[in-house]
Design a protein around this ligand. Sequence first.
Ligand code: SF4
Length: 378
Amino acid sequence: MESVLQSLLEVAANPSSEVSRWRQRTGGKVVGWLPIYVPEEIIHAAGALPVSLWGGRTEIVRADAHLQGFACSVVRAVLEYGLKGTYNMVDGFIFPSTCDHIQNTSDIWASLFPDRPKFDLVYPANRQSKAAVVYLEQLFADLEQWLEELTGQKVTSEKLRESVKIYNCYRALLADLFSLRSRKPESLSGPEMGQIVKSSLFLEKAEFNRHLSDLLPWLEHRKVKPAPKARLVLTGIMAEPQEILAILDELGGAIVADDLALGARILRAPVREELPLPAALVDRHLRLGPCSTLYDWRKGRGAHVQHLVAEHAADGVIFINMKFCEAEEFDYPVLKAELEEAGIPLLFLEVEQQMAAMGQIRTRLQAFLEVLGKGAGS
Ligand code: SF4
């Protein structure tokens, strides 16, 4: 099982090699999609490999000529990878209308790479409106048609149903992994947990599911670190750079639950298999949330995070803010006020994917654990 775990960590560390291997082995098309919500099942049913493009740790050299320095590090990294050829094995790109940064990057991408197939997945801002259903049905039908033209394969209802099953299984297995993280935080290091989730962004999902279902019983008996002194909930876009998770391990803190876009938000709202397709995919999109990138006047994130704290017996919350992410920055004051009122300690950490110096982050985490009464001398 150790070798299965290592193979997943290797995929997360070198996704391009894995994606190129898949392409050579199958002769299939690779479809890259930007965060956060894309009906991957349709891509899968079209016979393509969906890969999520969430930026990464690369020096920004070329992208700075096209994007302002105050664009978030995720889109700057995506553009940098595009310009330096890392995505050459990607046959088509999907840009959802997640935020201004992604929408603007989509326009810049079109001017830089006019010959590379691209689909703009422009979601309705108001998901509560009745028109949103009709609009989404048409949007997903257009996406399906674009994918069929790209791959040369028909998305039949049988294939779509099969893909939905695979993706629901993926969400259930991730839920089991996250449950293990809360029950037995000592079974995986913080970075290992992050890398397993990340590997799922690049592997064909049925293959990832096989690996994870093999690993889970073995992980129940694994122990790589002492029981944590502090149990924490992490909320934000993603837990990167992953050195933060290693520092937390060193300090005796453990993430026991998360509300991350690249984390537990993935497994929310499984597709209702009893509904007809593709309407069930529309139904899923309407049920997603709470998330800073999905408009909802009810602002349910504070209640959701409080629920996570109670359910997982957490001592405090870390809000990990991707610098210049306006969606998250608009959510923060509301969340802060609600957690303060509930008496839940909160730490705000600002990060960029490319940041190298971790000294300040370490000091702030150390101080937070001291405040919680869970520091080195406690
Ligand atoms: S981190 Fe925020 S600003 Fe950047 S791509 Fe994600 S949602 Fe958009």
